[in-house]
Design a protein around this ligand. Structure first.
Ligand code: FJE
Ligand code: FE
Length: 296
């Protein structure tokens, strides 16, 4: 059964994600969150990261949004100020709701380069100060299905009859598609949601069958409609993620890793972090193992 689309979405803007430096010695291809595209409601940042020791993202805070880390190669070791730690390996997902406050480190583990995607999803004003929460799903537990040359891994939302168990505070879909040569996809997307494609591998035709092919490391913003059509007319596999979310329609006040609604709330957050209050209590004495190693 193929989904029928009444009003397929078309590409309205296309960006090439070029490498830039972030964290400590790390390189990211940032698409959402760069100067030309500050915000794509509810998405604040999309980074395709590539990091090898000793580079990484040592101890830093977050408040007011969620970070979604999806590993493509290698692994990232994370630890936070509550003592929560673990390894995110290739194919694994960490959906972290920072809420009122997290301080953590995210560092590559093992030999070689660790690659993945990190998406920042904004939280609505009523959810910004909720308790932090983690949803961690191992690769083997991510629901996946294949049909007619199309494989989907359902990170969040629903596709090809399967539903992800991930709970998203802000209604969000996150699908990882692999299309064999000559395959074709029709994927419904809720009307009114903001949605985009980020290409990882190969070449695809998105939206309009007559349009030119798009290669890897591109962000494609989709216009309104009820779904997306994609064709792989090349002789290599095509891999991309399709991500969508319900826009919050709220003002955004951002200072680096703090994202609130007003400048007053940002000032309050800076104070909370500085004085270790309102959710940042445990930041006073905590250092990640990575940092303790450097201080010793
Ligand atoms: C950062 C605030 C941050 N992209 N991709 C400021 F939170 C970060 C940061 C990351 C990050 C971490 C991973 Cl694992 C993957 C990322 C930004 O931790 F780099 C700056 N400058
Ligand atoms: Fe972080």
């Amino acid at each position: 059964m193929d989904s029928q689309l009444e009003k397929p979405r078309h590409i309205v803007r296309k960006f090439q994600a070029r490498p830039q430096h972030e964290g400590v010695g790390a390189v990211v291809r940032r698409s959402i969150g760069r100067f030309e595209l500050r915000y794509f409601d509810p998405f604040l940042v999309l980074d395709e990261f590539s990091v090898a020791a000793p580079a990484g993202f040592p101890d830093h805070p977050h408040r007011g949004f969620e970070t979604v880390t999806y590993m493509l190669e290698g692994a990232v070791k994370h630890e936070d100020f509550q003592g929560h730690k673990g390894l995110i390996k290739a194919g694994d997902l960490q959906w972290m709701t920072a809420g009122r406050g997290i301080v953590h480190s995210e560092m590559p583990a093992g030999q070689g380069v660790s690659k993945g995607l990190q998406l920042w999803v904004n939280l609505s004003s009523k959810n910004k100060m909720i308790e932090p929460k983690y949803q961690e799903i191992q690769s083997k537990d991510i629901a996946s299905t294949s049909k007619n040359g199309v494989t989907v891994r359902v990170i969040a939302g629903k596709s090809m009859g399967i539903q992800s168990p991930v709970y998203t505070c802000t209604p969000t879909m996150y699908l990882d598609f692999t299309l064999k040569p000559s395959s074709h996809l029709k994927q419904p997307i809720p009307i009114g949601w903001n949605a985009f494609v980020y290409t990882l591998e190969g070449e695809g035709i998105f939206g309009l069958e007559k349009s030119g092919p798009v290669g890897a490391h591109h962000l494609l913003l989709l216009g309104q409609g009820d779904g997306l059509e994609v064709w792989n007319k090349s002789n290599k596999v095509l891999r991309f993620v399709l991500i969508g979310g319900e826009p919050l329609g709220e003002p955004v006040a951002q200072l680096g890793p703090f994202v609130m609604n007003t400048d007053e709330e940002i000032d309050q957050t800076v104070e909370d972090f500085q004085y270790f209050v309102n959710g940042f209590e445990k930041a006073r004495h905590w250092r990640s193992e990575a940092m303790v190693g450097l201080e010793a």
